[in-house]
Design a binder for this molecule. Structure first.
Ligand code: CP3
Length: 345
């Protein structure tokens, strides 16, 4: 069993496991070399390329888990969003959902058919090249994917999403219902194809009030988790931004692990979280652009705060950014992998 899997089930490990959100990305020269020749969509839709990129950070750093190279917006695209990744801007959707008639244009094709390239990539990776390194599959949670489909791209404050939620909750509910079915089917397909873990991303929860969070994040997540077919009991992790506010609600979901953002007081949560829930996190990715001394002291603080709790996986509090020096990632991985937890008797 790998250390990631042991830790996610809150079992003891000889040393702490680490992987990094967005570990395959533009901070790696070997990624940029492929990116120069392909569009991002082309990269994720070609199983051989997506598999190669998944492996890049594993080869370079010996991380304790691989995450499938893809994006949460493949589901939006499969449902009919005209999605493009624009340099300097991120995802842009040409035909955002704003009215009831926009909804009727969405595709009815089962997600497992439209996203068959993801199944092929997983099968390819699990046919040998990963060795014993576990493979994490993932999906966006309904609220975050809906946010992009409505807003039409990234946004500081989700104005259009919040306005639609407040003025046309029926349109929001219809879109969320479709995404619950699509997400559950997509995750079930990844489990069938052979992933070893699943992470759900609900990044934009941070924009919601508590009642809105209950309605648009908790309920859809419960529905997704209920519908996922998971005969192998593959462990499921949930990441949100805003976890400082919401973590104790998320801890009531039938998941194995909470991935905490960098604002969370990790020591506080490690002391309070139920013992059957693993924690993952929560270094501010910005620290990777500081000095080695600053990095080392921040990593030590997190290790001392949560490293001796059965069920801790080191990660960042959000995705790694393109400006991070490789050498800082090497230092981070070495420091964490050298840490041997001491468990209370
Ligand atoms: O973590 C990994 O290495 C696996 C792959 C992965 C990507 N995106 C690759 C990617 C995962 C798990 C994601 C999740 C994702 N995508 C989220 C949830 C987590 C989070 O970061 O909040 C969200 C909100 C998205 C949507 C998305 N995709 C945005 C906002 C952007 C643009 C931002 C940016 O950094 O440019 C993307 C593009 C994207 N997804 C890139 C990568 C490597 C950059 C693509 C490029 O090469 O141009």
């Amino acid at each position: 069993m790998s250390r990631y899997i042991e830790a996610v089930w809150c079992r003891p490990v000889d040393r702490l496991p680490i992987w990094l959100m967005r570990q395959a990305g533009r901070y790696l020269p070997e990624y940029r070399a492929i990116r120069e020749r392909h569009t991002f969509m082309n990269m994720i839709q070609t199983p051989e390329i997506a598999a190669e990129i998944t492996l890049q950070p594993i080869r370079r750093f010996g991380l304790d888990a691989a995450i499938l190279f893809s994006d949460i917006l493949t589901v939006a695209s499969a449902l009919g969003s005209k999605l493009e990744f624009v340099e300097g801007k991120g995802p842009v959707i040409d035909n955002p959902i704003r009215t009831e008639s926009d909804l009727t244009l969405l595709s009815q094709t089962p997600i497992r058919d439209s996203l068959n390239y993801v199944r092929e990539c997983i099968e390819l990776l699990q046919s040998g090249p990963l060795g014993n390194t576990p493979l994490i599959g993932f999906a966006g949670a309904p609220f975050t994917v809906a946010s992009y489909m409505i807003q039409g791209g990234s946004s500081k404050d989700l104005t259009l999403v919040k306005r639609l939620m407040l003025t046309h909750p029926n349109i929001m509910a219809d879109l969320i219902d479709r995404l619950v079915l699509a997400t559950a089917d997509y995750v079930s397909m990844q489990i069938e194809a052979g992933v070893d873990g699943i992470q759900l991303f609900d990044t934009w929860a941070i924009h919601l009030s508590m009642p809105e969070f209950e309605e648009w994040v908790m309920s859809p997540l419960k529905a997704v988790l209920n519908r996922i077919r998971n005969p192998r009991r593959v462990p499921i992790t949930i990441f949100t931004r805003g976890s400082a506010v919401f973590w104790n609600r998320l801890a009531t979901l039938p998941v194995q692990c909470l991935s905490l953002d960098w604002q969370v007081d990790i020591k506080g949560v490690a002391g309070l979280a139920p013992s059957h829930i693993a924690l993952q996190g929560n270094l501010d990715p910005m620290v990777l652009t500081a000095t080695p001394t600053v990095l080392s002291s921040q990593v030590t603080r997190i290790l001392q705060s949560a490293g001796n709790r059965p069920g801790f996986i080191f990660n960042l509090g959000h995705g790694i950014t393109p400006d991070v020096p490789i050498d800082m990632v090497t230092r981070l991985v070495e420091q964490v992998q050298a840490y041997q937890p001491v468990y209370e008797a």
